[in-house]
Design a protein around this ligand. Sequence first.
Ligand code: ZN
Length: 170
Amino acid sequence: MLGTRSKINILGDPILRKKAKPLQEVTAEYRKLLSSMAASMYEHSGIGLAAPQIGVGARLIVVDIGEGLYKLANPKIVKRQGVQSIQEGCLSVPGACVKVRRSRRVWIEAMDENNRPLKIEAKDLFACVLQHEIDHLEGKLIVDYASLLEKLKIRRKLKELRKEARIRKL
Ligand code: ZN
């Protein structure tokens, strides 16, 4: 797969700000999409990825913090407990690192890729990543949690990245 790096949408792309639509059913097509999302996540050394990041407005996420791959459809937080703040990065906001205050434990209800209902009890990093990916389905990004100063830094960095990308294309 070398040389076929899949594209991840970057901050500024409107799809990242749209609320993703729930699935009626995980069809074969969506199963394929979940597999390519997982491949993209591993390829970019991410620990989570949401469908809008690859341009699809459906409520699908993949997560793997090194303890196994989760492919989830329509994930929903049904209960929260505690607080934690972790420095988070995002494949859609390259170069940025934002400390985000989230729940320490979350209880999630979702559907697996075979349309079976799934309940997950997550804590610490796993809970953090799940909340980050579910944020993506709501059109929310880590920059929304950043301070004004951090936001300015992120904007400057993205501008540089875009300039670089333009130069490379020439
Ligand atoms: Zn992200």
